[in-house]
Design a protein around this ligand. Structure first.
Ligand code: ADP
Ligand code: MG
Ligand code: MG
Ligand code: MG
Length: 400
């Protein structure tokens, strides 16, 4: 244990050297800071001679995006590391190995995934990942079932949830996702060419009611240990393999939130496609793959979740006929509503996605935003009555 200071390259190198059994004592290590986030430093320390490397992620005590005026608890580094450890235990093939860490320095030391691509960049480049739906559906089902009252001892779950109280990061979600986009908030960020669409959001009281209900769920429903920030920038991918990183927003929340995050980010890429696809055939192919993947994510989630429930459900009441169907139905509705909220915040709220913002052509960029907002509104307003994931596909097609 040592007292907190933001690491220099030298600090990161020295810390990496001190990890027992990883680098040779006389190794000539290289170190670079590769973080692209706004809240953390990420160092890659390597011994090029031995072809060995690791990652050190360190939390900063403030959000870079708004200067040092937005303080954030360093405890989120402990939460991130502990969540990664639980997720790795449950899904060893889908989460990087954790080599160590230090609560006071707010660091996690983990497997270097530099050979992988961040999924958002892979999607923008036009790649498809046919194993993704199976991988992420299984990740969500496994990590959420086995941290819920259905899949773990209910007394232990209460104690575990107390170790994942994450107020600062939850507040970011509460404000940036469930609040700011629906009023003329100082932290909103959008281009003038969609001001009229943003103002419509502020006037839409039927929409506000649905968002209030979803926000209430996020605030109060501690179903399972969520990843909490499961967008395509938190997923490393290759055609064969998927690895989930960056669960610093982890807390006990509603299961639909993580599923909704994945669906939302696929829909944002879907809305962006006219800005990326070279011709109509490519456009149709890309969009069809994205929609098939959304259905696949849900189906793999549902299949696995039901399988775990039937095999390992520890709760006697959970065996009550009909209960599982109602539970899954509610998760689907929640996921659709949360997906809609996550789409809308990326268009008018503080932080955006490269899928849309880096489209070159101004008119296509604007149209992608309008399409995304339309999809988001339809999902939120339709969520409570949605009877199947096929409705999401219909709404996405109708909005595009
Ligand atoms: P933040 O919470 O600041 O977004 P992330 O955990 O998403 O931090 O990491 C930011 C970036 O650092 C990633 O997009 C990736 O480029 C790099 N990175 C993070 N973890 C790893 C890893 N285990 N292996 C390789 N690169 C990583
Ligand atoms: Mg990042
Ligand atoms: Mg990140
Ligand atoms: Mg993060």
């Amino acid at each position: 244990m040592s007292s907190y200071r933001p690491f220099s390259l030298e600090d990161a190198t020295a810390y990496a050297k001190s990890i027992p059994g990883f680098f040779a004592a006389d190794a000539a290590l290289s170190c670079e800071e590769i973080g692209d986030g706004n809240l953390n430093l990420v160092f890659r320390v390597a011994d090029p001679q031995q072809n060995k490397s690791l990652i050190i992620k360190q939390a900063l005590p403030y959000a870079k995006v708004v200067g040092e005026s937005w303080p954030l608890s360093l405890d989120r580094a402990r939460i991130e590391r502990n969540a990664l450890e639980i997720q790795h235990r449950l899904c060893p093939d889908l989460v990087p190995a954790i080599y160590g860490g230090d609560d006071e320095l707010a660091i996690t030391v983990m497997e270097d995934l530099s050979g992988y691509t961040i999924m958002r960049q892979g999607l923008i480049a036009g790649n498809t990942y046919d194993r993704f739906a199976e991988h992420i559906g299984r990740f969500i089902a496994t990590t959420l079932f086995y941290t819920s009252d259905l899949g773990m001892n209910q007394q232990e779950k209460k104690l575990q949830s107390a170790r994942f109280i994450n107020p600062d990061l939850c507040k970011i979600t509460e404000d940036l996702i469930f609040e700011d986009p629906y009023r003329d908030a100082a932290n909103n960020s959008f281009t003038e060419d969609i001001r009229a669409e943003a103002e419509k959001l502020w006037q839409d009281h039927a929409l506000h009611l649905e968002v209030a209900l979803l926000r209430e769920k996020f605030l109060t429903q501690g179903q399972a240990l969520l990843h909490g920030d499961l967008h395509t920038g938190s997923i490393f991918i290759t055609p064969e393999s998927t690895k989930v990183i960056d669960p610093e927003f982890a807390y006990y929340g509603p299961i639909g939130f993580d599923i909704g995050a994945v669906i939302a980010n696929l829909l944002l890429n879907y809305a962006a496609q006219p800005g990326w696809s070279s011709n109509d055939e490519v456009l149709q192919e890309r969009r069809s793959w994205l929609l098939t993947t959304i259905v696949g994510v849900w189906n793999h989630f549902e299949l696995n979740f039901r399988k775990f429930w039937d095999a390992d459900g520890i709760d006697i009441m959970s065996k009550t006929p009909g209960y599982q169907d109602l539970y899954i139905d509610q998760i689907r509705k929640d996921a659709i509503g949360f997906a809609g909220c996550k789409v809308i915040r990326r268009i008018v709220g503080l932080s955006h996605v490269a899928d849309i913002d880096t489209i070159d052509d101004e008119l296509s960029r604007r149209q992608a935003k309008v399409t995304a907002l339309e999809i988001g509104k339809r999902l939120i307003k339709g969520s409570r009555s949605a009877a199947s994931i096929a409705e999401v596909i219909e709404w996405a097609k109708a909005a595009a």
